[in-house]
Design a protein around this ligand. Structure first.
Ligand SMILES: N[C@@H](CCC(=O)N[C@@H](CSS)C(=O)NCC(=O)O)C(=O)O
Length: 231
């Protein structure tokens, strides 16, 4: 198995490559439009054919590289069925298993940051998108976000994974790259230490964050899998 974490320095997005060396197949998760050349070159260097392009959700801060990579490689685009994106090749349900070569990847619906957020579990790792960030949690103030749902997604679904599960988020703004479920249960500043749902909702409703700079461009493009053809 090959697993790589890559970063887009502008949006601080983490893109992930998961590949099966034997089958020479890979999936790219949460690509960024400006970084598709880098990602494509790395896949070639690693001897991997891009089979699938996965999104943890419809991003608001950057345009996904999914459409460009689909055109370049013929790989399928997949994300949660709750996104209702008809330009995707595959719409995923909660609890499905996708195979990258012989590697099973389980889908976990984790709504809250947005309605259609999904996490992806494989090996001893979970890609949490913007649902669970390191020592934080994704904002819930647009795209049908809900702090109540986010609390349930994190506490009922992600925190029920083994404590040793490695957590890989879609962003980090403070230099962290990876955590564990056990660490986040104890130290996450928004939801760790057994924080109540009421307290969490109050915290999330008072973040007072500025909207992402590229939101007005990124969301419409990402609702078309990153295609800007007719925008
Ligand atoms: N400044 C950035 C946007 C930062 C931001 O809002 N990040 C989101 C995830 S991307 S929509 C978030 O949930 N942040 C949580 C936090 O605590 O920062 C920009 O202008 O793009």
């Amino acid at each position: 198995m090959i697993f790589r974490q890559l970063q887009d320095p502008e949006s601080r997005t983490y893109t992930y490559i998961l590949g099966d060396v034997e089958a020479k197949e890979a999936v790219l998760i949460d690509s960024v439009s400006e970084q598709t050349e880098r990602d494509f070159k790395l896949l070639q260097e690693l001897g991997l054919r891009l089979k699938l392009i996965l999104e943890t959700h419809v991003h608001a801060d950057h345009i996904t590289g999914a459409w460009k990579l689909r055109q370049q490689t013929g790989a399928n685009i997949a994300l949660s069925k709750l996104s209702c994106i008809d330009m995707a090749d595959q719409l995923l349900d909660d609890g499905e298993t996708i195979y990258i070569g012989a590697i099973p990847v389980k889908t976990i619906a984790t709504p809250g940051h947005t309605k259609s957020c999904m996490s992806f579990l494989f090996d001893n790792k979970v890609l949490t998108g913007d649902t669970l960030l390191i020592r934080a949690a994704g904002r819930c103030d647009f795209q049908e976000g809900s702090a109540e749902q986010l609390y349930d997604s994190i506490t009922n679904k992600l925190f029920s994974l083994p404590d040793s599960t490695l957590v890989y988020p879609a962003h980090d703004y403070r230099g962290f790259t990876c955590s564990t479920i056990g660490e986040e249960k104890r130290f996450n500043q928004r939801i760790g230490g057994g924080k109540s749902k009421e307290k969490f909702i109050e915290t999330m409703n008072n973040l007072n964050l500025a909207y992402p700079k590229k939101m007005d461009v990124a969301v419409p493009a990402n609702l078309r899998c990153g295609s800007t053809d007719t925008l």
